[in-house]
Design a protein around this ligand. Structure first.
Ligand code: TRP
Length: 341
């Protein structure tokens, strides 16, 4: 039986941080064997908001390297760069004929971007969801793991697929409608910014975000500065979210014994009898975080220092991705009717 195909795209903007890792990357790692996985770097998408391409090459290499360092196995899955697959842009063109200006203007992410960059409202930004639909439909992927912010894009991809099939398919499903992938069983882990203000991904301040490739000393400095308080007023108090966040991080990178010790200290603490020492807790968390991230950082740097080897990996990914994309484009062209000999 062939495996179900799951696809996801990553925009090459910035370094991977812990929120990305525990929120998305790690879940994907668990799917590599069970599914036919397609993971790509959405470099064309980044052009919609990043007109300056000076950093593009570095960013794209970094995303590929970091994901491999985290455990994505390019021999097992199809890992590629979007711009290496020109078939995507052709499908984007056909889908653009089926996407209406009105619905594109109503898209939440578009309205948000217009607000952020009123001086750069380009057509690529407007048709971002069409390109995303092309990314998915080009491999006829059945499932896409999506966070809340991407649900609308996935729904639009379903609409475009449906319209395509209706207009060109003559009753046949040329492009299957992709569904959201929900990680069964795995609870979703939310990591907050170290100052307790919102999600780690939303953090404005790099000092409140833990990047996978932060050097050991920087990691220590960031964690030691994380927000804490005087300690709980009563035994067994509920934890404020910034304290809960430290425990969340500890559960992810420290031993169960360590977590249990600090949990007990917390629960036994009250005003006048504060047993828990946040300084000690953060010191322990920092060391465990350093040990957890060290192999990822080393592997990333090893890959980045060998652009030739990294290039080979990307080329192999491109070949696999194009084989699948070419097959879809052949069906699409035939369905549309652009086939003259
Ligand atoms: N829009 C997605 C994001 O901002 C990235 C993306 C592009 C994507 N193409 C995709 C995700 C296709 C899933 C499937 O994160």
């Amino acid at each position: 039986m062939s495996k179900e195909r799951v696809l996801t795209g990553i925009r090459p903007t910035g370094f991977l941080h812990l929120g990305n890792y525990f929120g998305a990357t790690r879940n994907f790692l668990q799917m590599q064997q069970a599914y036919d996985c397609y993971v790509f770097v959405a470099d064309w998408h980044s052009l919609t908001t990043h007109p300056d391409t000076k950093e593009l090459q570095n960013s794209v290499r970094r995303v590929v390297a970091e994901n491999i360092a985290c455990g994505l196995n390019p021999d097992e899955i199809t890992l590629y760069v979007q711009s290496d697959v020109p078939e995507i842009s052709e499908l984007y063109l056909y889908l653009n004929m089926l996407a209406y200006k009105g619905e594109l203007e109503k898209t939440t992410t578009f309205k948000e971007k217009v607000r952020q960059h009123p001086d750069n409202v380009n057509a690529g930004l407007l048709t971002y969801p069409v390109l995303q639909a092309a990314d998915i439909l080009i491999h006829r992927a059945g499932k896409v793991p999506v966070g809340k912010d991407q649900e609308q894009h996935l729904e639009m991809a379903r609409n475009f697929a449906q319209r395509f099939n209706f207009r060109y398919g003559a009753g046949e499903e040329i492009l299957p409608e992709p569904q959201a992938f929900n990680y069964s069983g795995g609870e979703l882990i939310k990591i907050l910014s170290l100052d307790g203000n919102g999600k780690m991904s939303k953090s404005e301040n790099a000092m409140n975000t833990i990047y996978l490739c932060d050097e050991a000393d920087l990691l220590r400095k960031k964690i030691m500065k994380a927000k804490t308080d005087q300690g709980p007023a009563e035994p067994n108090s509920p934890k404020p979210d910034y304290i809960e966040n430290l425990f969340t991080l500890m559960k992810l990178v420290s031993s169960a014994d360590t977590v249990a010790k600090f949990e007990t200290d917390y629960n036994n603490s009250s005003t006048g009898n504060v047993v828990i020492r946040y300084g000690d807790m953060k010191k322990q968390l920092a060391e465990d975080m350093v040990n957890f991230l060290q192999p990822i950082r080393e592997k990333t740097n090893e890959l980045l220092n060998n652009p030739e080897a990294l290039g080979k990996v990307m080329q192999a990914g491109k070949d696999k991705a194009r084989a699948s994309a070419a097959e879809t484009i052949r069906m699409v062209r035939e369905a549309v009717g652009v086939k003259y000999y």
